[in-house]
Design a protein around this ligand. Structure first.
Ligand code: AGP
Length: 608
């Protein structure tokens, strides 16, 4: 997703802007640019590809100025070329934008009819042209901005420079986040606190519909109606996290190996280790009296939710209605009285998930959120937040956030079971104990299976297609495994409920289609063995991920069998995520792809 920064102050800003943009690289992008005003002159440098290219250009053609804006672009409208890179200019106005202007086509036509000449294929250029048109009509910058915002439909976070106003930046947000950073004699704008961490930890988050005027020592915030408003500032933890790879080759590898620590950290937030029971305030979500729970999320977070569904229904006898967020609200799902809604999101900014949250809020449901970024929009708009304590997840492919989400969902399912009288104290104590022991097991497993997975991944990197199978809570894990592999290695992969194999996918099976079977020796194991036999009978190559009992019970010849420790059902999906993640990671490394920032992907998808 795009990243935005703005700085007005007392230092040469071009290198500072690039530094801030580097801290936004994790969001995914394919071009970048900066603009500054110096001695009354607005100028810019833009470059395709990574920030190193922009850095080189600035080295050749430096940009002076103590006020400027910068942008990393994740292409939506128009190819990732220099000409489409932000900032976009028009008549002494520079604009950077995150989001999608949904009505850009009619606006563009209207402006062209009035004589405007466009120079890019982007929706963003419409904003610059609109502002220029209003300035030409004699409107002051603030009035021009307010009028332009009233014409825009869709999602946007914006930062704007006016050449004839070299002491101020105007920003605005409707959807994608935008924050103000407070400095000493300097003021900042950024997409998130991580971008501003090098400059300040005092942050003011704008609400949806807000727009803001910043100078080196003043901050004016207005609401959609143009009324001045106050927004609280806070000390952000975004600055606290050291964002580096340590001694790992990629952020993704580092984050896979951080899981024992961050899952333990997350569990400690929800478990009373002394009592051996869950300790969790569910706020306004009254599980005891719920008829149904709605859940919605995207991608990996959705697969975590699918596993949560199995747990809520099995341990709390609570029916769960879950859907991917991009479908959830368009189904116009009936939302009867005693219902709450739970949203899962690492970034807390995913547009589809946020829109589903607002749909449920408009239907008067109590809103819960499982999020990793505590200051995020989804967190701020929820009635109760159940944080994952994974720390910043920089790799675009979600790993530690996923296992932390599962840890939170396990705790929620248990507390719901207790509240509804469907989970005995004995069962809760047993499951809690299993969870408490899990992080140590994770450490052992990661180190034990790494060499075997590397060898297997070298094999896998030869194939064009891979199938993942699982039953019960291993089915969403099969979906997640397929997503992980395809999104970072670009090898086509599909996840299927193992029982569905014979209803179609079995037509795909031959020696060119490796099948990864996720099968702890649980109540589904025997049936999954039958599915493996169906695969073997057709020359398919099986990679089995199981435990000691499962390995002992399997006579089939496999391409590889990854053996994990025997664990409680509540721990299995969290533990089995580790080999699934490592297989994807090492295969991608062998494929030579950009593991941390896979092509076309963004870390936080803040557009629908
Ligand atoms: C995960 O590997 C993907 N990059 C993606 O599916 C992600 O899980 C999805 O976009 C949801 O993001 P969120 O958790 O920040 O809402």
């Amino acid at each position: 997703m795009c990243g935005i920064v703005g700085i007005v102050g007392k230092r040469e800003v071009a290198p500072l802007l690039v530094d801030a943009l580097k801290r936004l690289e994790y969001r995914g992008y394919d071009s970048a640019g900066v603009a500054t005003i110096h001695e009354g002159h607005l100028d810019r440098r833009r470059a395709e590809g990574k920030l190193v290219n922009l850095d080189q250009k600035l080295g050749q053609y430096p940009l002076a100025g103590r006020i400027g804006i910068g942008h990393t672009r994740w292409a939506t409208h128009g190819a990732p070329t220099e000409n489409n890179a932000h900032p976009h200019f028009c008549s002494g106005i520079a604009v950077v934008h995150n989001g999608i202007i949904e009505n850009f086509a009619p606006l563009r036509a209207e402006l062209i009819a009035d004589g405007a000449e466009f120079h890019s294929q982007t929706d963003t250029e419409v904003v610059a042209q609109l502002l220029a048109a209003y300035r030409k009509q004699g409107l002051a910058p603030r009035d021009a901005m307010q009028k332009a915002l009233s014409r825009l439909e869709g999602a946007y976070a914006l930062a704007v420079l006016f050449e004839d106003q070299p002491d101020m930046i105007i920003g605005a947000r409707s959807g994608p986040p935008l924050a103000v950073g407070h400095g000493s004699g300097e003021m900042f704008l950024g997409s998130d606190a991580i971008a501003l961490a090098p400059f300040t930890d005092e942050i003011t988050y704008l609400n949806d519909g807000d727009w803001v005027v910043i100078t080196c020592d003043r901050l004016e915030i207005y609401d959609q109606a143009g009324q001045p408003v106050e927004r609280p500032s806070q000390i952000s933890r975004g600055a606290a996290y050291v964002v580096d790879k340590g001694n790992h080759r990629h952020f993704m590898e580092k984050e896979i190996y951080e899981q024992p620590e961050v899952v333990a950290h997350t569990l400690s937030h929800y478990i009373d280790f002394a009592e051996g029971r869950v300790r969790l305030d569910t706020g306004r979500i009254d599980f005891a009296n719920l008829d149904r729970l709605a859940m919605s999320a995207c991608g990996t977070a959705y697969y975590a939710g699918l596993i949560g569904k199995y747990w809520f229904e099995r341990f709390a006898r609570l029916p769960v209605e879950i859907d991917v967020a991009s479908e959830f609200r368009y189904r116009e799902m009936p939302l009867p009285g005693k219902m709450a809604a739970l949203f899962i999101s690492q970034s807390g900014e995913t547009a589809d998930t946020l829109a589903s949250l607002r749909y449920c809020k408009d239907n008067a449901l109590t809103i819960g959120a499982v999020v990793n970024v505590q200051e995020s929009t989804i967190a701020r708009e929820s009635d109760v937040v159940f944080p994952t304590l994974a720390g910043p997840e920089i790799g675009v492919a979600s790993t530690k956030a996923f296992t932390c989400q599962l840890s939170v969902l396990a705790a929620l399912a248990m507390i719901a079971g207790r509240a509804r009288g469907t989970l005995s104290i004995e069962d809760e104590t047993r499951m809690v104990q299993a969870l408490v022991e899990a992080p140590r097991l994770f450490n052992e497993v990661l180190n034990a299976i790494q060499p075997q997975v590397e060898t297997l991944s070298r094999e896998l990197s030869r194939f064009k297609d891979v199938l993942y199978l699982g039953r019960g809570t291993s089915f969403p894990l099969a979906l997640e495994g397929a997503l992980k592999l395809k999104e970072i290695s670009y090898i086509h992969a599909e996840g299927y409920a193992a029982g569905e194999l014979k209803h179609g996918p079995i037509a795909l099976i031959d020696e060119n289609m490796p099948v990864i079977v996720i099968a702890p020796h649980d109540r589904h194991f025997e049936k999954t063995v039958s599915n493996m036999q169906e695969v073997a009978a057709r020359g398919g190559q099986i990679i089995l991920i199981t435990d000691e009992k499962g390995a002992a019970a399997t006579t089939l010849e496999t391409m590889a069998t990854i053996v994990l420790p025997q664990v409680d059902d509540i721990v299995a999906p969290i533990l089995y995520a580790l080999p699934v993640q490592l297989i994807a990671y090492h295969t991608a490394v062998f494929m030579g792809t950009d593991v941390d920032q896979p092509r076309n992907l963004a870390k936080s998808v803040t557009v629908e």
